[in-house]
Design a protein around this ligand. Structure first.
Ligand SMILES: NC(=O)c1ccc[n+]([C@@H]2O[C@H](COP(=O)([O-])OP(=O)(O)OC[C@H]3O[C@@H](n4cnc5c(N)ncnc54)[C@H](O)[C@@H]3O)[C@@H](O)[C@H]2O)c1
Length: 324
């Protein structure tokens, strides 16, 4: 682990919004294992109580079932919090194309509520989830902060807006905000079910169930698939980043590039399956290739991901085998 030496003042209180989701529950778990106090705010819309149930026994853990669209709930939740990790949002590019108004409400309105509440309550660091989708139609590789194209979906636009608010909250009010542009995160507890599930857990679940997965397009699209441990590291280190590095957004990827067809083959091999995937039309709003330049986060707060794709996928497959 490249965050084992990360230390916060004893008794620090972290608020993790979206803490019952995939990334949020992994953040809660890591913080509890490190001995810190964790408050989790989630409305259980896309997240699951079972993701946090094991933490309820820990006296350092509190769960608040509430909604980031409610500013009073955000104010209550941030009271006394030292650090905020804002993960609550609705993901999925295709779903955002179907319901743009809801995305605006949750992903922009909710994040703005959280920034405002954090400002009012004197939170030290506000670290929030952005996304590699902000690079939009830019074909430049690797993706580097400052070289964004036009966004291709309402989802990407919500994250771009959050970043603008993050910049303004630093500039106007001095709140130390750090946007983390996650690149296709995967790992334990990522939801494999439903029409909008991410591709890695979905393939694993379908293959284990004896179904035939569908790949959108020719499968030659590439992504910087990032194992969850790297994302935990990014969040922890961003909470310790200097004030001068605030108001900015940072790529949080593994720095690699995997093709979907290859990933599919790797998963089949690991599961001992010989199933030819079906192909259909490419999805609207999807980008073709993605791969992160992580030098900005490395320089600003020492982000140094230690899990490459191969290591991460082996760990993820082991977890799904035991837990599905
Ligand atoms: N998973 C990825 O690959 C990826 C990539 C880029 C960015 N992100 C961002 O990371 C964050 C976490 O994503 P995830 O993959 O863990 O998704 P997730 O759906 O598993 O988690 C999101 C959590 O937020 C909660 N939530 C949603 N709306 C809420 C609201 N109005 N009030 C309170 N809670 C609410 C959900 O119930 C859920 O538990 C999101 O902001 C997402 O956009 C994820």
């Amino acid at each position: 682990m490249s965050y084992e030496n990360v230390k916060f003042p004893e008794g620090s209180l972290f608020l993790v919004t979206g803490g019952a989701g995939f990334i949020g529950s992994n953040l809660c778990e890591a913080l509890l294992n490190m001995g810190y106090r964790v408050r989790c705010l989630d409305n259980l819309s896309t997240g699951k109580y079972e993701n946090i149930k094991p933490f309820e026994e820990n006296e350092n853990f509190t769960f608040i079932k509430d909604d980031i669209r409610d500013v009073d709930a955000c104010l209550r939740a941030t009271e006394g919090a030292d650090f905020v990790m804002n993960e609550a949002a609705w993901g999925s590019v295709p779903r955002s194309i179907e319901m743009p108004l809801l995305y605006e409400d949750i992903n922009i309105g909710g994040t703005l509520n959280m920034m405002e509440a954090s400002r009012v309550n004197g939170v030290k660091k506000f670290v929030y989830a952005s996304s590699s989708s902000v690079y939009g139609d830019s074909t430049v590789l690797p993706k580097k902060e400052g070289q964004e194209g036009n966004v291709l979906s309402p989802y990407a636009l919500t994250k771009k807006c959050d970043e603008e608010y993050g910049r303004l909250y630093k500039q106007l009010y001095g709140l130390d905000t750090y946007g983390l542009r996650y690149f296709n995160v995967f790992g334990r507890r990522q939801d494999p079910d439903g029409a909008y599930a991410a591709v890695i857990p979905k393939f694993i679940r379908q293959l284990l169930n004896g179904e035939t997965p569908v790949i959108h397009g020719d499968g030659q699209q590439s992504r910087d698939f990032t194992y969850i441990e790297n994302v935990i590291e990014g969040n922890l280190k961003a909470c310790l980043a200097p004030s001068e590095a605030a108001g900015e957004a940072y790529n949080i990827g593994a720095g690699g590039r995997e093709y979907l067809n290859d990933i599919y083959d790797d998963i089949c091999k690991a599961l001992g399956k010989d199933v030819k995937a079906l192909h259909d039309e490419p999805r609207k709003g999807d980008i073709r290739d993605s791969n992160a330049d992580i030098s900005k986060a490395r320089k600003a707060f020492g982000y140094d991901p230690s899990y490459d794709f191969k290591t991460g996928i082996a760990l993820a497959i082991d977890w799904y085998r035991e837990n599905l």
